[in-house]
Write a protein that binds this ligand. Structure first.
Ligand code: GLY
Ligand code: MN
Ligand code: MN
Length: 448
């Protein structure tokens, strides 16, 4: 059960958030020539030929209106100039506990209607030019009457996705709380690591520390001991820990949700003092410099390039590569050590939408030719929350390619061989762009 439903949100901030969404939806509806937009929460999806459902994840468009994360078959109906209608499906079900009605501070923003079966939603839909947003299965399940409507029209979706990047005060409150919720989890995970725990037990320490279940997390937590840290999205949880003398490092990338909004936080830890601890400290300093550069007007790909130059400087200062930083970039040496982007938009989705959009029409920004796969290409604007997550990894397949490239002769392979056991380092904070100093949502909570 989503306990956030009963916590008192800053009520006036929530009311202002809904009023802002009404304005945004009115513009989107007008742009698409629609009189109304219905946003579905989605349906429970079942395993193939099975009566067991997958874990339900509510559609982000719906969650943005109201934090009902456990309410399949529900919907929000928006018509410009009218109070939005919130339709909540509360089936009679003695196998499962029906989802609750929204708490008063949320419900008061809507005209609330309760239905007992998913099909009843059909009679609530305005008989006008209607756009339907959300998973197709929910709307297709309503049959032919819903087919007169347009499903997920690009003009509406593009408008909403582009503007999702900029958070309202209420959304920022949720995101600050998502970081606060994750912090005790990270502290508990570090404690378990120091005790010599397995990946499985470190994950459980994280979950207990933040008091979320694994399905409530915004993404599968990454808990990687030793060389596992070289797999960027390592997904397993070894039940047995290595022998104490063979424990070298932990990379933990784990966040929480509050009202559907995510935190996305990575910490890297050395098991003992020595060379790797020094490297973590160096990357941490660089990460904080990059966080300080999160300013309005900065093109994020420029910050990404700056990151590669600084990473090249570290590779040289650590005695791993004997080349000028500019040359390292030109010869793609840094890519072998840092094959992902500096960061991404964060919000209702961990990799939030709209990162490639030039404007609300959906026109795409072109990535720089030397970094063709970045998730975030826009300029920073106040109200955006981005992750800043530089990393340096020892990834066998990429290093093998580097070894046989022209730059391979400039690399100290003996030192690299000694570092493979650490896997890699990533340090990730969530940072709010403001008109002045950036606000780091993570660092004041997890200064280590
Ligand atoms: N946790 C996934 C990422 O950092 O992007
Ligand atoms: Mn991230
Ligand atoms: Mn992450």
């Amino acid at each position: 059960m989503n306990r956030d439903l009963s916590t008192s949100a800053a009520t006036s901030a929530y009311a202002a958030h809904v009023a802002g969404l009404c304005r945004r939806y009115a513009t989107a509806a007008a742009a698409g020539g629609f009189d109304a937009i219905a946003v579905g929460s989605g349906l429970l999806e079942y395993r193939f030929q099975d009566d067991q459902a997958h874990h339900f994840v509510a559609c982000a468009h719906f969650l943005q209106w109201v934090p009902l994360g456990a309410h399949p078959g529900s919907a929000l109906i928006f018509e410009p100039g009218r109070r939005p209608v919130l339709v909540v499906l509360q089936p009679e079900d003695y196998w499962h506990q029906p989802p609750p009605l929204p708490a008063e501070e949320f419900a008061r923003e809507f005209e609330l209607r309760v239905i007992r079966s998913a099909g009843e939603l059909l009679s609530m839909l305005p008989k006008r030019r209607l756009a339907l947003l959300g998973p197709e299965s929910q709307w297709e399940g309503l049959g032919s009457a819903a087919q007169a409507a347009v499903l997920n029209p690009a003009v509406v979706v593009n408008h909403l996705h582009y503007h999702r990047a900029t958070k309202s005060a209420w959304e920022l409150d949720c995101m600050r709380r998502a970081a606060q919720r994750a912090a005790p989890g990270h502290r508990a995970a570090l404690h378990a690591f120091r005790e010599g725990a397995s990946e499985y037990d470190i994950l459980n320490a994280f979950l207990a520390g933040c008091r979320q279940t694994e399905p409530e997390l915004p993404y599968g937590a990454i808990v990687a001991l030793n060389a596992h840290g070289a797999t960027l999205h390592y997904q397993h949880r070894d039940r047995e820990p290595p022998a104490r003398r063979d424990i070298h490092s932990l990379l933990i990338d784990a966040g929480c949700t509050v009202n559907g909004y995510a935190s996305d936080i990575t910490r890297s830890h050395a098991f003992r003092d020595g060379e790797f601890a020094g490297m973590v400290a160096d990357l941490d300093r660089l990460q904080q410099q990059l966080c300080a550069a999160v300013r309005p007007g900065v093109a994020f790909p420029d910050l990404h390039r700056q990151t590669h130059l600084a990473v090249a400087g570290l590779l040289r200062s650590w005695g791993l590569v004997r080349m000028d930083p500019e040359d390292m970039l030109r010869e793609q040496v840094t890519f072998a050590f840092l094959p992902h982007g500096l960061g991404h938009l964060l919000g209702l989705q961990v990799h939030d939408v709209g990162g490639h959009m030039a404007d609300e029409s959906g026109r795409a920004l072109q990535p720089p030719p030397d970094f063709p796969r970045l998730r975030f290409l826009r300029r920073l604007e106040p109200g955006q929350v981005v992750t800043i997550e530089p990393g340096i990894y020892f990834i066998g397949s990429l290093l093998e390619r580097l070894r046989t490239s022209p730059a391979g002769g400039q690399v100290n392979w003996e030192r690299i061989a000694g570092l493979m056991k650490y896997g890699g380092i990533r340090i990730e904070d969530d940072v709010l762009v403001t008109t002045g100093e950036p606000e780091n949502l993570t660092r004041p909570l997890l200064g280590d």
